[in-house]
Ligand binder design. Structure first.
Ligand SMILES: [Ca+2]
Ligand SMILES: [Ca+2]
Length: 90
């Protein structure tokens, strides 16, 4: 998660004509695939975080476990986490 100087999250949504949410974006710090909680490690805490939100959407965020930024926490995100499991920031 990335925040501004007063603590506001920098994630957001793109709003289309009529006010509908047409897409989401998440600002990431670093690029450690699978790091749900942003502690620079991909471990059981990340897996637990993702699984506790599994099925959430369409407004899920990376700290819910939405690793690919599509707003859903699903098998694609779980696969990404497992692919990076055990990793750490340099
Ligand atoms: Ca982590
Ligand atoms: Ca996702």
């Amino acid at each position: 998660m990335v925040v501004d100087v007063v603590g506001n999250r920098l994630d957001g949504r793109f709003i289309g004509v009529g006010g509908a949410v047409v897409d989401h974006f998440t600002v990431l710090k670093g690029s450690l695939a699978g790091d749900v909680n942003g502690d620079c490690m991909v471990d059981l805490a990340d897996l637990a975080g993702l699984l506790s939100h599994f099925g959430l959407g369409p407004d899920a965020r990376i700290d819910d476990g939405d690793l690919n930024g599509d707003g859903m926490v699903d098998l694609s995100d779980l696969a990404a986490l497992l692919a990076g499991f055990g990793g750490a920031c340099p």
